[in-house]
Design a protein around this ligand. Sequence first.
Ligand code: GDP
Ligand code: MG
Length: 455
Amino acid sequence: MVLDKLGDSLKKSLEKITNSGYIDEKTVNELVKDIQRALLQADVNVKLVFSIGKRIKDRALKEKPPIKIGKRDFLINIVYEELVSLVGKGVSKIDVSSKESKPFIIMLVGLFGNGKTTTSGKLANYFKKRGQKVALISTDTWRPAAFEQLKQLGSQIKVPVFGKPELGDPTKIFLEFEDELKKFDIVIVDTAGRDALNDELIDELNRINSVIKADETLLVLNADIGQSAEKQARTFHDTCDVTGVVMTKLDGTARGGGALVACTVTGTPIKFIGVGEKIDALETFRPEGFIGRLLGMGDLESLLEKVQDALDEEETKDLGKKFLKGEFNLIDLYTQMQGLKKMGSLSSLVNMIPGLGGAKIPKDMLQGQEEKMDSWKYLMNSMTREELENPDIIRGARLDRIASGSGRSISDLRSLLKQYKQGKKMMKMMKGSTGSEKDMQKLMQKVQSGKLRLK
Ligand code: GDP
Ligand code: MG
């Protein structure tokens, strides 16, 4: 596992929270301290550690958890979100389909021993597995065995490897094979490194790039270098148009956390991570998945889902407000129904509509409703957007078309339209009332007792 130690200590800090009885400022402070300690041990920059701690604290004390979510789960979610933002934002993909002409060229740059050649092989394997026709080419004229090393990797995965070190010049090597390379979807160029980023290397890379015109230039960085990843990422980025980073050797290094974070702050996205010496030890870098795994996903995944669902529910609550404002159409009803599927019951929605929360709606009324909704879903799927937005136009031939398209009867459709009209009417009445929660509760009581009839 990547960054085992950091993962373990973060997990432990969260476990403490899970086991503590009550979440107050003191518990939050302790959690923040634990997390900060864990991050510092993983070599994350002190300033960043400080600021992430402050953000977690601020959010934990200020933000209100959505209904249904306890403080504890909400706090864990905040920690997760903040850790994710520390290592990036979403997945930065290499979109090979973005280029019309072949081949899509990926050039790997970096200093000696960071893993360029190994990563070239891994990337070739990665794209080959995804159905692309891949070729490798070595422009390394510095290391005597560089071409051999790449050839060996290529033969492992049956990917052709081009190279001719005796030409002594990277651009000449590329031009020698340029025509042949056009037969491939993706060409991966393994370049030569140096001990340090000096003018000579920059000059060489710029010359290569003006000939090769790579579509992606990936900087290969060894996670062992810890926080100095920032400086390297920045210099490479500023001097040779790096489009992304591959962070290697994230397996078994204590400094990996520092490198990941340091690199992220340069604004150069980490696109892949190397997690071993084998050809398949390469992963797309997904900040969310990465942090999730670090924190020991499993339970966490379901927890995060729960929080997400609850946040979705809050959105549904907004829909309730919309309903009360009189802006409710069939599309809203449909969205609401989709949300309902997730939440499980109409009763819970009713509870969320402001003012209806306290009103007890007869259970059987709600149950019948939920069954009908399934059939309505099919009906609505057969409607045009116009019909959904303005159901009043559904008459005559439209009725037949929708019913037969959905495999439901016309009477099912009429029942949906009737329900919609009733809802709309009720909504108007609610709007007509002063709109206070109390009034609405009264109104609902009337509906229940049958004193108020909706036609
Ligand atoms: P280059 O000089 O940049 O081309 O680096 P190489 O590809 O030759 O790699 C240098 C060493 O790092 C080799 O021994 C590789 O096996 C090793 N290496 C590369 N990537 C990884 C990785 O993700 N994990 C581990 N453990 N070793 C790696
Ligand atoms: Mg090499």
